[in-house]
Design a protein around this ligand. Sequence first.
Ligand code: HEM
Length: 116
Amino acid sequence: MSLTFYKILHVAAVAWLFAAMGGSLLAGSDNERARKLGGMSHGIALIVALVAGFGALAKLGIDGMPGWVIAKVVLWVVFGAVAMVPRRAPQLAVPVFFALPVLAGVATWLAVAKPF
Ligand code: HEM
C-alpha cells in the first residue's frame, strides 16, 4: 500500500471517529441507536485511524516514536476515552463536544509541522 492510501484511510477514519463522537455526545446514553451505531463506529474508526497512522509512518521511513507521534497517540487515547462521557460524565458532553475541533487542530498541527 502507498503513503497516499494510508493517509486517505487515516483521515477518513478520523472523520468517522469525529462523526461517532459528535453523535454520541449530543444524543446521550439513553438513545439506543446512538449508543449502538456510535459505539461501534467509535471503536472501529479508532483502530483504523491507528493502523493507518502507523502505516503512513512506516511509508514515510520514520523509525521509532518521535515526540509528535507520542503526542498523537496521547490524543488518540483521549479520543478513546470520549466514548465513556455520555454514560459516565454526561455533564461534560457539551464542553467535550466543543473541545474536539481544538484537539483535531492540535493533532493536525503535530502531523504537518512535526514540531518535536
Ligand atoms: C494514533 C496515533 C496517530 C498516528 C501514529 C498518526 C500518524 C500520522 C501520520 C504519519 C500522518 C502523515 C504525516 C505526513 O504526511 O507527514 C498523519 C496525518 C494526519 N493525522 Fe494522524 N496520527 C495519529 C492520530 C491522529 C488523530 C487522533 C488525529 C485526529 C484529528 C489525526 C489527524 C491527522 C490528520 C488530519 C492528518 C493529515 C495531515 C497531512 O498529512 O496533511 N491523527 N498522522
